[in-house]
Design a protein around this ligand. Structure first.
Ligand SMILES: *Cc1c(COP(=O)(O)O)cnc(C)c1O
Length: 378
């Protein structure tokens, strides 16, 4: 029985993430923002997008923000802005949303996968240099689950080999590494505003941020047909734009991002206290980082059984991600062995976490997991 079937059988369902609950938290302000845009009559790349780009860039503490259609497009745009093209190799991880890899292919380049550190699930800097070849042009570390990759050594390696560094921050809005926000380390950094992300729109959206004036200018041209002015293409671009309604919604939610991330951290703390004495592996936090818990991922050899047990009880646990990219049919044969990536994919489980999750639901999740563990031990 799936957890959605549990709902129809009368079991109250606890979702893994819940964008509707977030909308309801700020409903009045969001509704007003949407009406303002509709009444204003300007729907694409206008004042709301401009204001949101400035506000978000300020939040990340970088100079420029370029609003785009999605996180995938943010990565695609960043790669093309950095002159990545056919024949180039781009290093990233296989343990990520397939979007990271799609973007590399959209730019015409070849993805090259590096294994992850099993404690943090982020790219292993110790394995990075071995993957660099004459063709390598860029590295995309992914700040997965809300925690920064180990940016110091990654930054040094990128610098030493003269590689473009592009951060995938789609799961880490507001996370920090050594007191600096993720998104401020790379030549460019990319965010998604997919509804379930820590900062989520009511539709698709994304942003590229950068401190580099030249790269920012190029990205702005590329996102709208290469137009330097209307109907005159300076360079050949395409179209990936953030719309005014999403920007207006995101401006409302950005004001509450730190507060919402703090709520996620409190939930994580309750999970830690509640699950501390079980044999489950809980998230390890790297020294010097602030984790923003886009997901709370636990690890166990009994993952499949635990997942089914939770779903039957109406708890929407999920796997991020069940099949590593290099083992998916479309990418079969891209890389050799990635032992940590392959092992982790069999054992990880994301349990519900979102700012509006109630104490009652948190304790239900904890009790249900403990119940499973007790039954296993006996
Ligand atoms: C969500 C996500 C993306 C893609 O974002 P979209 O807005 O869905 O295109 C890219 N990378 C990672 C790590 C993500 O989690």
């Amino acid at each position: 029985m799936d957890y959605l079937c549990a709902e129809s059988a009368g079991v109250r369902v606890i979702l893994c993430s819940n964008p509707k609950a977030q909308y309801l938290s700020y409903k009045e302000e969001i509704d007003a923002a949407i009406s303002r845009v509709i009444d204003g009559g300007w729907y694409i790349l206008g004042e709301e997008v401009k204001a949101f780009e400035e506000e978000f860039a300020k939040y990340i503490e970088v100079r420029h923000g370029i609003g785009v259609g999605s996180g995938t497009e943010a990565l695609h745009l960043a790669l093309v802005s950095c002159d990545i093209r056919k024949g180039d190799e781009v290093i990233t991880v296989s343990h990520t949303a397939v979007a990271t890899v799609s973007a590399i292919e959209l730019a015409g380049a070849k993805p090259v996968f590096v294994d992850i550190e099993p404690d943090f699930y982020t790219i292993d800097p110790a394995k990075l240099e071995a993957a660099i070849t004459q063709k390598t042009k860029a590295i995309i570390p992914v700040h997965i689950y809300g925690q920064s990759a180990d940016m110091e050594p990654i930054f040094q390696i990128a610098k030493k080999h003269n590689l473009c560094l592009i951060e995938d921050c789609a799961q880490a809005h507001g996370a920090t590494y050594k007191n600096k926000r993720v998104g401020s380390f790379g030549d460019m950094a990319c965010f998604s505003f997919y509804p379930t992300k820590n900062l989520g729109a009511l539709g698709d959206g994304g942003m590229v941020v950068t401190n580099d004036d030249t790269l920012a200018e190029k990205a702005r041209l590329l996102r709208e047909y290469g137009w330097a002015r209307r109907f005159v293409s300076q360079i050949s671009g395409w179209n990936t734009r953030l719309d005014e309604i999403q920007a207006a919604v995101l401006r409302v939610k950005l004001k509450y991002l730190d507060e919402d991330n703090a709520k996620r951290a409190r939930i994580a703390e309750l999970y830690r206290r509640g699950l501390d004495e079980t044999p489950l592996v809980l998230p390890t936090v790297m020294e010097g980082v602030v984790h923003v818990y886009h997901l709370f991922v636990i690890r166990t050899r009994d993952r499949d059984e635990l997942l089914e047990f939770l779903r039957k009880k109406g708890i929407g646990a999920a796997i991020h991600y069940p099949v590593p990219v290099h083992q998916q049919p479309a990418y079969a044969g891209v890389n050799g062995k990635l032992p940590q990536t392959e092992c982790v994919a069999k054992e990880i489980l994301s349990i519900p976490i979102y700012p509006e999750l109630t104490k009652e639901d948190i304790y239900t999740v904890i009790d249900t997991i403990r119940d499973f563990v007790d039954k296993r031990v006996k």
